[in-house]
Design a protein around this ligand. Structure first.
Ligand code: SAH
Length: 296
């Protein structure tokens, strides 16, 4: 049995309306829904729902009904997704990943690093964050952009995992970084990774569940807060997170499925943050928001 993608090709605005409709219709079921940018210049987007072959007829009929009123003229397109080759996939896990100016690689790929790369060496291990997940890569891309274009004098990496994002910030700019995780093993691994990347100081690693630690008051407020956790805890944390953000500061959130994007943005709008940009990677989104105060 293969995996099928049914999708419509449209504009960004319509794709997000369709995403809302599809979330409403399929949200309670185990179906993946996503919007993807196909062509930035010409505003071409796809809104997709994924399923197995045996569900296709039923889902197609429900989509047609859903679109009947407003989107009846949009043809529903179909793609059969290639069967996943798990051996190839596991080898893929060993390949270096590029995001922004960063390359995240294992020690066996040091020779892939080019002169202008910002290299981060992470071995696949006990903590999440080798750069292969769409959320980590998405964060790296936005970090590169934010640290380059805005005033960032300090940063917080909440849910640091392998430490990859904290290391990335510190490699970009010589500023103090606080990196926290609920998991003491992650904190230990992250500290070791920082050291093996030549960063002996500058990043303070602490074990902390959410914002429960005095470290946040000690090191904050922050010009940049990055949190790659999951939609639900991120929404819960919105008020606390905004308290620790400096005026005009930036927030980068990830661990969010495309279909959860609006809910998370709404929670952060409620905490006084404005949406700047979303990027999509493999069905996951990374969202950049800014403090309302100090917005140009
Ligand atoms: N920042 C890394 C790792 C993301 S995985 C990257 O982008 O690749 C998410 C991490 O958040 C895990 O290490 C997990 O232990 C941690 N985490 C989950 N819930 C948390 C919470 N409430 N407070 C702090 N850390 C949390």
């Amino acid at each position: 049995m293969s995996e099928i993608r049914l999708f419509v090709t449209t504009t960004e605005a319509m794709a997000s309306e369709i995403l809302d409709l599809m979330t409403f219709c399929f949200g309670e079921e185990d179906l993946a829904i996503a919007t993807t940018e196909v062509d930035e210049k010409n505003d071409v987007w796809e809104a997709s729902v994924y399923m197995m072959t045996d569900e296709e007829d039923e889902i197609r009929a429900r989509l047609e009904e859903l679109f009947a009123e407003t989107f009846a003229d949009l043809p529903i397109e179909r793609e059969v997704l290639p069967d996943i080759d798990w051996i190839a996939k596991s080898l893929e896990g060993l390949k270096p990943v590029r995001a922004g100016r960063f390359i995240v690689h294992g020690s066996h790929d040091r020779d892939k690093v080019r002169v202008n790369d910002l290299a981060i060496e992470i071995e696949a291990g006990q903590a999440f964050g080798t750069g292969h997940h769409g959320t980590t890569a998405g964060c790296l891309e936005v970090i590169d952009e934010v640290v380059r274009s805005r005033t960032v004098r300090n940063a917080l990496d909440l849910g640091t995992g392998s430490g990859v994002l904290a290391i990335a910030v510190r490699k970009l700019k010589h500023i103090p970084v606080l990196a926290t995780d609920i998991d003491p093993i992650a904190v230990r691994v992250a500290r070791e990774n920082a050291r093996s990347n030549g960063l002996v100081d500058g990043i303070e690693f602490r074990v902390a569940p959410g914002f429960h630690s005095t470290a946040f008051g000690e090191y904050g407020p922050f010009d940049l807060i990055i949190a790659n956790i999951l939609a639900r805890p991120l929404m819960k944390m919105a008020p606390q997170l905004s308290t620790h953000l400096a005026p005009g500061g930036s927030v980068i959130l990830s661990g969010i499925l495309a279909s959860q994007r609006w809910k998370v943005i709404a929670a952060y709008n409620g905490a006084g943050l404005a949406h700047v940009r979303t990027i999509w990677r493999n069905g996951w989104v990374t969202i950049h928001l800014r403090h309302g105060r100090g917005l140009a």
